[in-house]
Design a protein around this ligand. Structure first.
Ligand SMILES: C[S@@+](CC[C@H](N)C(=O)[O-])C[C@H]1O[C@@H](n2cnc3c(N)ncnc32)[C@H](O)[C@@H]1O
Length: 173
């Protein structure tokens, strides 16, 4: 039987697929990533963080990087987690509240459309292969980096940036 409902198409099917994927993955994501923790450690060490700096955790997921970032930034530093999946973000928020961190803010938005209200000293792209290939997302991050900011991208497969965010970009793959 034919439906009278108009055919609704998602304006961005790729984004919808990613949201669907992380809705399901959120509950076991941390366990899945355990084997890759040495890469995370190396990536965050390469950021060369100092007390008081501001870092963008681009596609922060469940906030698995926060503890190591906090060790570098201290309570006077700032983490801005950008994440489009509400289910992943919910877990990140719980992590922050469990630890009592008061210096983490979240942007629940696609990176390409996020309203970033800070100038950041550093940006981390950890296991965010889709984001780094997205021209608008990279553009939005670049516009919010201070001169001399450091960027580190790490993942399990080859990372191909649409455009390197800055001269201080380190790619670990
Ligand atoms: C593989 S997970 C990595 C999470 C985290 N960076 C980590 O190291 O555990 C990729 C994350 O990027 C998010 N993501 C993918 N595309 C995005 C976009 N365009 N804007 C914001 N978040 C995005 C996904 O929802 C997912 O949480």
């Amino acid at each position: 039987m034919r439906s009278n409902r108009p055919l609704m198409r998602s304006p961005n099917p790729g984004r919808q697929r990613a949201l669907d994927q992380y809705r399901l993955r959120a509950r076991y994501y941390d366990a899945e990533l355990l084997a890759f923790e040495p890469i995370r450690r190396q990536a965050i060490a390469l950021l060369g963080l100092e007390v008081g700096l501001t870092v963008l955790d681009v596609g922060c997921g469940t906030g698995l990087s926060f503890e190591l970032l906090q060790q570098g930034l201290g309570p006077r530093g700032r983490i801005v987690g950008i994440e489009q999946s509400p289910e992943m973000l919910e877990r990140a928020r719980k992590r922050v509240s469990r630890h009592g961190w008061r210096n983490v803010t979240f942007l629940n938005a696609p990176v390409e459309a996020a309203t970033i209200r800070v100038g950041a000293d550093a940006a981390l792209f950890h296991f965010t292969h889709d984001i780094v290939r997205n021209r608008e997302a990279i553009g939005n991050v670049i516009r919010h980096l201070k001169p001399g900011a450091r960027v580190v991208a790490a993942g399990a497969t080859r990372i191909r940036f649409h455009q390197l965010p800055c001269q201080n970009t380190v790619i670990l793959d």
